[in-house]
Design a protein around this ligand. Structure first.
Ligand code: TYD
Length: 216
């Protein structure tokens, strides 16, 4: 879906690894924008529309993993296309501010850079499913993998010990690197935020960038 010139809405996404605080920060920003008088759609991926929520179940809890990273990339992309068609696209056309927890950069980072789906395939999927739609701002919440995993473990009940396994740490370091590489490639769109700061300071950094770039 191409952004029409008449679209008045703004599109902001949050990306990052586990324990970076994306959901919290997306929620804080959505509230701030609402208080500033904007109409806001707060949404997340995978999911965000009824069909995409079903695909989410299959991706996160079903058997899709067995099909390998390319199949996962395709399904995340199909879910995203539906999310855009049935939710994000309409909201933007109505002039709403869309705040989305994860979007296309997660597919680039997890299925692409980390799981090894070649970049041309990821690019082709983006062209097919998004047709050039990109967020106005993408916040990359950056946190050392160890710190992020520790935070996530503190949140999860009883799941703590195995989250620190070496393999997982290496994987999270790779995801972190992948997001930082995306930010380097697209500095106009991506803003890296130090997510190891206290929550309120992260929120302040996010808000300042939104004020400066998008004038809500
Ligand atoms: P979720 O429960 O939303 O967790 P988080 O709080 O980390 O966002 O699970 C989303 C998981 O799906 C997360 O591990 C990242 C992964 N994912 C991909 O691998 N590719 C994608 O395109 C998206 C949107 C998510």
């Amino acid at each position: 879906m191409q952004r029409a010139a008449a679209d008045l809405g703004r599109f902001i996404t949050f990306e990052g690894g586990e324990g970076a605080g994306k959901s919290t920060q997306a929620g804080i920003l959505a509230n701030r924008l609402t208080r500033a008088g904007r109409k806001v759609l707060a949404t997340r991926e995978p999911g965000g529309s009824p069909a995409a929520e079903e695909i989410r179940e299959a991706l996160l809890f079903g058997r899709v993993r067995q099909l390998g990273p390319l199949a996962e990339a395709v399904l995340f992309s199909v879910a995203r296309a539906d999310h855009v068609e049935h939710s994000i696209g309409g909201a933007l056309q109505q002039g709403m501010w869309v705040v989305c927890d994860r979007f296309l950069d997660s597919t680039r980072a997890y299925q692409g850079a980390t799981a090894g789906v070649p970049k041309p395939l990821i690019n082709a999927l983006e062209r097919l499913t998004l047709g050039g739609l990109l967020p106005d701002i993408t916040f990359i919440l950056d946190i050392p993998a160890e710190e992020g995993l520790a935070r996530a473990a503190a949140r999860a009940e009883g799941g703590a010990p195995d989250r620190f396994e070496g393999q997982e740490l290496i994987l999270h370091e790779r995801v972190r690197r992948a997001f930082l590489d995306i930010a380097e490639e697209e500095p106009e769109r991506c803003i890296v935020i130090d997510a190891s700061q206290p929550e309120a300071m992260v929120a302040e950094d996010v808000w300042e960038a939104v004020l400066e770039r998008l004038h809500p």
